[in-house]
Design a protein around this ligand. Structure first.
Ligand code: GTP
Ligand code: MG
Length: 195
């Protein structure tokens, strides 16, 4: 998709604040700092539209980015950030769970993991949880530029094994730096948003 217009239309914490236009939505989930905002910027051809930061845990709301007059990208605040209080984490969990289980216009979730490492317990839990609710999932192994090309296949196997990857889901190796994988992500998004 050729993207010219993107707008952050809402930062929501509860369903009453979700957009009401009815466009399909694709959500981005993953640990703090894994690279959700960076990926968003690559997809929409901007350098710094979605705010990237070296401070993990900054995003605390569901951020709805309207892409053209066609769909929303929903940036979900990163999980697994140690410094937030237990109470904040519970609030976070409730907000995410409500969105992911009750949003009728949600068409799929891009779940980001770090290509360099075995997925964390949080990553596995998120994957299993999304699978349980039958939400279409694209596992995106990002920061692939940080490992040599010769190791991509091996890392893919390690990641899939740890997650208990289901063949009905999709997997893409990605780098926000080199933009590898960008076209595959877009194809998956279009297939699920409009398919
Ligand atoms: P939160 O909003 O805190 O949940 O983080 P996030 O998942 O949005 O991560 P963000 O995009 O802000 O990226 C975190 C850091 O990783 C930044 O310093 C990015 O520049 C870096 N980064 C993200 N993607 C890549 C990538 O593909 N390659 C490399 N080398 N660095 C990346
Ligand atoms: Mg972010």
């Amino acid at each position: 998709m050729e993207v010219n217009n993107v707008e952050l239309v809402m930062s929501a914490v509860s369903p009453t604040q979700y957009p009401t236009t009815g466009y399909p939505e694709i959500a981005f989930v993953g640990r703090s700092n894994v690279g959700k905002s960076s990926m968003t910027n690559v997809l929409i051809n901007r350098k710094s539209y979605a705010r990237t930061s070296s401070q993990p845990g900054k995003t605390q709301t569901l951020n709805f980015y309207q892409v053209e007059d066609q769909l929303y990208f929903v940036d979900v605040p990163g999980y697994g950030y140690a410094k937030v209080s237990k109470q904040e984490r519970e609030k976070w969990g409730e907000m995410i769970e409500t969105y992911l289980t009750q949003r009728e216009t949600l068409r799929g979730v891009v779940s980001l993991v770090d290509a360099r490492h075995e997925p964390t317990q949080d990553d596995v839990q998120m994957y299993q949880w999304l699978s349980y609710y039958d939400i279409p999932i694209l596992i995106l192994a990002t920061k692939a530029d940080k490992i040599v090309r010769g190791k991509w296949n091996k890392q893919e196997s390690i990641i899939k094994k740890k997650l208990g990857f289901n063949k009905k889901d999709s997997f893409v190796m990605f780098s926000a730096q080199t933009k590898m994988g960008k076209d595959e992500i877009w194809k998956w998004i279009e297939d699920h948003a409009f398919g």
